[in-house]
Ligand binder design. Structure first.
Ligand code: PRP
Ligand code: URA
Ligand code: MG
Length: 209
């Protein structure tokens, strides 16, 4: 079963409090989502492998470390996942970005895929699927199925707020995928919104409410 990691760094938690607040407007919401994504990226790249190299500092020859791991691919789930991309590529500038367009049908709650465009070498990359919200888990589970169908082998899922229902679904359908959250909330309401959550992440990011 994939492991659930809750990244409770104080800076992440402080910023999360602001995006939960209904009085936080679009500009601040967008900036904070990017900052949280960057901090989460910092945490989840902690174990990337490094190799030793030799460089000349102005003072002497020195052994030094460089990243030596697999190449990374970021896969935002549209729309709301887009709000996390800039923050992450500032930390991982060599990452390629693939897009999976999904929306959750408000009546059936089933994800509907409307777009997919991926780097050609996804099977050689460590993929990080990103979306601020993991509610029923339907969207993320579907996106991960799509990636696997196209050859992806190594996938992690990074969301800001998750519900236990969504975590369970991913762990059941994709036991090979580790999940990273900034917070694990109480559950879902009757419209499958996360409680207490932060409302509709896409609408709050793009001002479409
Ligand atoms: O876990 P689930 O129950 O599938 O719900 C989570 C999904 O719902 C939201 O997207 P939404 O459908 O609102 O699309 P949007 O990003 O275009 O607003 C959110 O960004 C996730 O993708
Ligand atoms: O709480 C939720 C659930 C799904 N999608 C959102 O944007 N928010
Ligand atoms: Mg939405």
């Amino acid at each position: 079963m994939g492991t659930l990691h809750v990244l409770d760094h104080p800076l992440i938690q402080h910023k999360l409090t602001h995006i939960r607040d209904k009085n936080t407007g679009t500009k601040d919401f967008r900036e904070l989502v990017n900052e949280i994504a960057m901090l989460m990226a910092f945490e989840i790249t902690r174990n990337l492998p490094v190799a030793e190299t030799t460089i000349e500092t102005p003072v002497k020859t020195a052994k030094a470390k460089v990243l030596a791991g697999k190449k990374i691919g970021l896969i935002p789930i549209l729309r709301a996942g887009l709000g996390m991309v800039d923050g992450m590529v500032r930390l991982i500038p060599a990452a390629k970005v693939g897009h999976v367009g999904l929306y959750r049908d408000p009546k059936t709650l089933e994800p509907v895929e409307y777009y997919i465009k991926l780097p050609s070498d996804i099977s050689e990359r460590e993929l990080i699927v990103i979306d601020p919200m993991l509610a029923t888990g339907g969207s993320a589970a579907d996106a991960i199925h799509s990636l696997k169908k196209r050859g992806a082998k190594q996938i992690r899922l990074m969301c800001i707020v998750g519900a236990p229902e969504g975590v369970k679904k991913i762990q059941e359908e994709h036991p090979d995928v580790d999940i990273y959250l900034a917070a694990l909330d109480e559950g879902l309401n009757e419209e499958a919104y996360i409680v207490p959550g932060l409302g509709d992440a896409g609408d709050r990011l793009f001002g479409t409410k």
